[in-house]
Design a binder for this molecule. Structure first.
Ligand SMILES: [Zn+2]
Length: 332
């Protein structure tokens, strides 16, 4: 599916981002170099079902692909990056966490019939991994790991320049790696999974939950969130830790430890040239990356750990959308 060669010289591609939680619905029109020409985001405040999302996406498509925006030709491909389990080989959404109506949904056929344009779908972390390798922080790397540290944790592996899908297209689901026996409960129902410790949601929730016993931390949270403690971000927890807040330091230390364990294990198995961190937690930047890189090196055999770079993704909150465009640009 991925030759990466551009055969067409005129036209456009469309990238679509769909999340299970409803918090991210986005569409972008891009040229054949992957440059975004126009984009629309329509986050929802509730968890929508498949029908609601597809109606919304339909309206957004009409808005994005007006005739005057398509002066240089037609739309050649549509790429869709999905926040759930995707059977990319058959173009089917297996399941979208937290959302209804998506189980075994033939999304690739749906868009191809509706739009009469070839469509490629994949998991959002896989798409973001490919985007970072082709257009972002991992340019030139043949073997790379992308870790999306968002509301949940997604992973995508590029091996030999291509997305590694695994036997049933489930490779890279690193959020559910067991890292702490008898650890906190995960969104999937399991315990001690990486996502339950190092996702943006886990970090914020832990900070709020434990702060009841720390009056100074409570005051600090109120200060940085303008009195709306429930809005504290993972990045703010990292900043408070850097300012010396002991509770924040404890929470951040756990992130380094368990994310370090998960990534060191993956490094020994896959030997990636680079680990690219995306999602909200990666916004902590220098407060996250050098300590994590050091932890990974401590935990790895020197010959394996020394060579791996840990970097922040280039595409930030656009990673999944740029990923969708990158999918669309394969084989155009
Ligand atoms: Zn889990």
């Amino acid at each position: 599916m991925t030759t990466g060669k551009l055969l067409a010289t005129q036209g456009y591609v469309v990238g679509i981002e769909i999340s299970g939680s409803g918090s991210r619905q986005a569409i972008a029109l891009a040229d054949l170099n992957g440059t975004i020409l126009y984009r629309v985001r329509r986050p929802l405040e509730y968890v929508p079902d498949a029908e609601t999302v597809l109606q919304l996406i339909g309206k957004m498509l009409t808005e994005v692909t007006t005739p005057e925006r398509l002066s240089d030709g037609r739309i050649l491909r549509v790429g869709v990056a999905i926040g759930g389990l995707v059977d990319a080989t058959h173009g089917i959404v297996r399941t979208l966490h937290h959302a209804h109506g998506w189980d075994n949904f033939p999304l690739q056929d749906y868009f191809e019939e509706k739009l009469d344009i070839p469509c490629i779908i994949n998991n959002n972390a896989n798409a973001a991994a490919l985007a970072e390798v082709q257009y972002g922080a991992g340019i030139g790397e043949r073997n790379a790991l992308y870790v999306g540290l968002g509301r949940g944790i997604g992973g995508g592996m590029v091996v030999g320049g291509k997305i590694y899908q695994g036997a049933t297209c489930s490779a890279g689901e690193i959020g559910h790696m067991l890292v702490k026996e008898n650890g906190p409960k995960c969104s999937c129902g399991g315990f001690g999974h990486l996502e339950a410790i190092a996702s943006a949601q886990a970090i914020s929730r832990r900070m709020i939950g434990l702060s009841a016993e720390y009056p100074e931390t409570e005051a600090a949270i109120r200060r940085v969130t303008g009195g709306r403690a429930e809005r504290i971000t993972a990045e703010q927890v990292f900043r408070l830790a850097a300012e010396g807040d002991t509770l924040a330091q404890r929470i951040v230390e756990e992130v380094y430890t368990y994310l370090g364990i998960a990534l060191a294990n993956i490094v020994h198995l896959v030997n990636p040239g680079v680990i690219i961190l995306g999602g909200n937690v990666a916004q902590a930047g220098e407060l996250l990356i050098p300590p994590l890189q050091e932890r990974i090196r401590e935990l790895c055999l020197p010959s394996v750990g020394q060579s791996v770079r840990v970097v922040q993704g280039k595409h930030g909150s656009e990673a999944n959308l740029v990923g969708a465009i990158t999918l669309a640009l394969q084989d155009v």
